[in-house]
Design a protein around this ligand. Structure first.
Ligand code: GLY
Length: 355
């Protein structure tokens, strides 16, 4: 078993990574809550596939339909009402089993129910394992935008089991890989004590990763979690360093908005954002051609879906509306050396010139 300990201003919590039988994972979680009252928020897909093994009693279970559109105030309210009906107290626990939507929603409910009760996370998608399960962001979406209401709230523990990833559909698995590839290009800027050389790991192990070899996935998740740990422990509330985790995301968010969050997965959009960042960095002489070709080769290994070319003036307009922009320039995270990134203010004209 791999254990990564995360330190936050509030508490220390463990992330366990283990390839064990799902029934054993269930026993472990239930013995850790030691007879306390609980509510499990579980994604519908996971319930369908693993419900018989997880054996969560109906009364203690809130089954959440799949998809980002479920991260609503309505579902948040329903979860709280379910918890109240179950008579959960300040000593009770909320457990999320599913992807980022289940984790964000259940985490937000746990952080506000009776001013905060224990929260356990069991991420079952690659994206949730490498991203949302670390760093304590919880949120719901609103009609005005995504993740606009939320808290920083650290879980009591996170249990990761790569076995869940075996049944993940290919689209969702690739979406997680988009974030994994992102970590490889920001690794040195994460200031982690250990040099993992993730670009190398991805190049050498791409076929084991794509065939979802459990051991390789456990190692890959451990690396990504340690890189994110290094960042969030230095900047828990995203004042500066944590922003590097948004590498590729400015462009990705614009594509997601244009396509109404329907056409591409988050990871596919992030990969396109990374490619755009490399083009822009080359244009601005921040990197040389060799690094750009190297990055292209790493990305190519994973056969991401090709994305349509959207008009860059349209993309720039959306970027300028971003809450992180001052309306004149866009702060971009750009590669500046092998696995190193830096912040640079870019004008819409410079973006359009990349067409
Ligand atoms: N997903 C970016 C962050 O956790 O800060």
């Amino acid at each position: 078993m791999i254990e990564v300990k995360i330190k936050s201003s509030e508490k220390k919590y463990p992330i366990f990574i283990e390839n064990e039988a799902i029934a054993d994972l269930r026993e472990k979680i239930f013995s850790s809550i030691n007879g306390r009252n609980y509510l499990v928020v579980i994604s519908q897909k996971v319930e369908k596939l693993y419900g018989k093994i997880l054996k969560i009693p109906k009364t203690n279970k809130f089954v959440l339909k799949d998809g980002e559109k479920e991260k609503t105030f309505k579902n948040y309210k329903k979860i709280l009402e379910h918890a109240l009906k179950l008579k959960l107290t300040r000593k009770s626990v909320i457990i999320a089993i599913g992807g980022g939507v289940a984790g964000d929603l259940a985490g937000f409910a746990a952080s506000t129910y009776m001013r905060g009760i224990d929260f356990i996370q069991v991420p079952t998608t690659l994206l949730a394992c490498v991203d949302s399960s670390v760093g304590g962001k919880t949120a719901i979406d609103t009609d005005f935008g995504k993740n606009l209401v939320g808290t920083f709230y650290q879980p009591k523990a996170v249990y990761i089991n790569p076995k869940f990833l075996k049944t993940l559909d290919d689209k969702q698995f690739k979406s997680g890989l988009g974030e994994v590839v992102k970590y490889s290009f920001i690794e040195k800027s994460c200031q982690c004590e250990i040099d993992y050389n993730l670009t190398n790991f991805l190049t050498e192990k791409f076929s084991e990763i794509l065939s979802r070899d459990e051991k390789t996935l456990a190692k890959l998740i451990e690396i990504c979690i340690n890189l994110k740990k290094s960042v969030v422990e230095k900047d828990e509330k995203e004042n500066n360093l944590r922003q590097i985790l948004n590498f590729g995301h400015t462009y990705a968010h614009a594509i997601e908005k244009i396509t109404n969050y329907k056409k591409y997965t988050h990871g596919e959009a992030v990969i396109e954002g990374i490619k755009f960042a490399f083009n822009l960095a080359l244009k601005k002489n921040l990197i040389d051609k060799n690094y750009k070709f190297f990055a292209d080769d790493v990305i190519k290994k994973f056969n991401f879906k090709q994305i349509c070319q959207y008009k860059l003036d349209k993309i720039a307009k959306i970027m300028l509306m971003d809450k992180k922009s001052d309306g004149k320039e866009i702060t971009f995270i750009l590669p500046s050396d092998y696995s190193v990134v830096k912040f640079l203010n870019i004008t819409p004209d410079e973006i359009i010139a990349c067409q």
